[in-house]
Unconditional design. Structure first.
Lengths: 187, 176
């Protein structure tokens, strides 16, 4: 039995407990504890700032709490969680753009500037450059790059998470890597 | 926002492992996570989330309440404000335009024309015209009221009537 199968079996048990009124809170606490770090880092790479990431992660899990009873287990729990996390992050960035009345590119520029002032960014200069390069990518390529490069997610799982074909994801990742390499060469 | 799409088979033909081989600078940076979190953050997060979830569970607003709240969205308030200001400006502009019209009309009428107009109005209400009209119809302008007869003459008239018509007063009394 693979680790993925073990994980799926464990998730099935947790979901069973969640459906039971008496063990619901305990099961959900277990789910949050299990997936909080993966969800947090996925969100943090998209919104950059810790406080923003904290807000988004809480929204993600509140949404999960409200909708988990409708989860049909046609997909795996963690791909479903990732999808909610990605959508919540994008919604957050778009809301920021609307509230500030600035174009999307300016928001990305603002996020890039945040890297300089962020107390919770301990990377070296070259790692900061990499994050700035990622912020120059189009939205979809940025998500694909983060999931593939940092999370090392399989294309098949990514396809399930993002509802995109494996071919399109590979092409997105290929273009993203190319653009980042060019950015690093120039800077 | 990501939309639902059918997951199709890989047709790109891009070799997965070659992508990073062509990016030596990126490969050199590595995959270390440069972001950090406050101390103890992940230890406290599940409790925070659970508190928020159970709080939300206690205060689930009704659909009607949500619809009312939707009316108070900032953009709706802004649009309503614009509409009210536009209507107010339109009404004010109309009022000013009408007032200016009356004023300009008043200025354009000469004094002699005004005088003629007033005389015409007086001519219409001349009382002599009214008297002539009544005289032609043989109708007195004010109908004269008949003088009330004195009480004694009234009794005399009744007695005269009874004598002239041979009416016996005792017959009247017996009938009553």
């Amino acid at each position: 039995m693979t680790s993925a199968d073990n994980e799926a079996e464990n998730d099935a048990e947790l979901l069973e407990k969640f459906r039971n009124e008496s063990t619901r809170n305990f099961a959900f606490h277990q789910i949050v504890t299990k997936y909080q770090k993966r969800v947090y880092w996925q969100v943090r790479r998209l919104v950059i700032d810790h406080d923003d990431a904290n807000d988004v992660v809480q929204n993600v899990f509140v949404k999960v709490w409200k909708n988990l009873h409708n989860f049909k287990e046609a997909s795996r729990l963690y791909t479903w969680l990732y999808r909610i996390a990605v959508n919540e992050s994008l919604t957050f960035i778009k809301q920021k753009k609307l509230h500030l009345f600035v174009p999307f590119e300016k928001v990305e520029y603002g996020l890039s500037r945040k890297l300089h002032d962020d107390n919770y960014f301990k990377g070296e200069e070259v790692e900061k450059k990499l994050q700035q390069a990622i912020l120059t990518l189009p939205e979809k390529q940025r998500i694909v790059f983060n999931l593939k490069y940092f999370e090392e997610m399989k294309y098949e799982d990514m396809a399930e998470t993002l509802d995109t074909s494996v071919g399109a994801l590979k092409a997105s990742y290929h273009h993203a890597v190319k653009k980042i390499e060019e950015f690093l060469k120039k800077n | 926002m990501l939309r639902k799409r059918n997951i199709q088979a890989d047709k790109s033909g891009l070799p997965e492992h070659d992508t990073l081989e062509n990016a030596p600078l990126l490969k050199g940076i590595g995959k270390r996570n440069p972001f950090t979190v406050p101390d103890g953050y992940f230890e406290g997060l599940p409790s925070q989330i659970m508190a928020q979830c159970t709080k939300d569970q206690q205060h689930i607003p009704s659909a009607g309440y949500n619809k009312i709240l939707l009316l108070f969205k900032p953009q709706y308030i802004f649009v309503s404000f614009l509409a009210i200001v536009s209507i107010a400006l339109f009404l004010r502009h109309n009022y000013n335009y009408q007032t200016q019209n009356y004023q300009s009309m008043a200025v354009s009428i000469s004094d002699s024309a005004l005088l003629t107009g007033v005389q015409n109005d007086i001519a219409y209400t001349d009382i002599s015209d009214l008297e002539n009209m009544m005289a032609n119809q043989n109708t007195p302008l004010f109908e004269e009221l008949p003088e009330s007869p004195p009480a004694d003459s009234a009794n005399g008239q009744i007695i005269n009537y009874l004598i002239n018509n041979n009416v016996d007063a005792s017959d009247i009394e017996s009938n009553l």
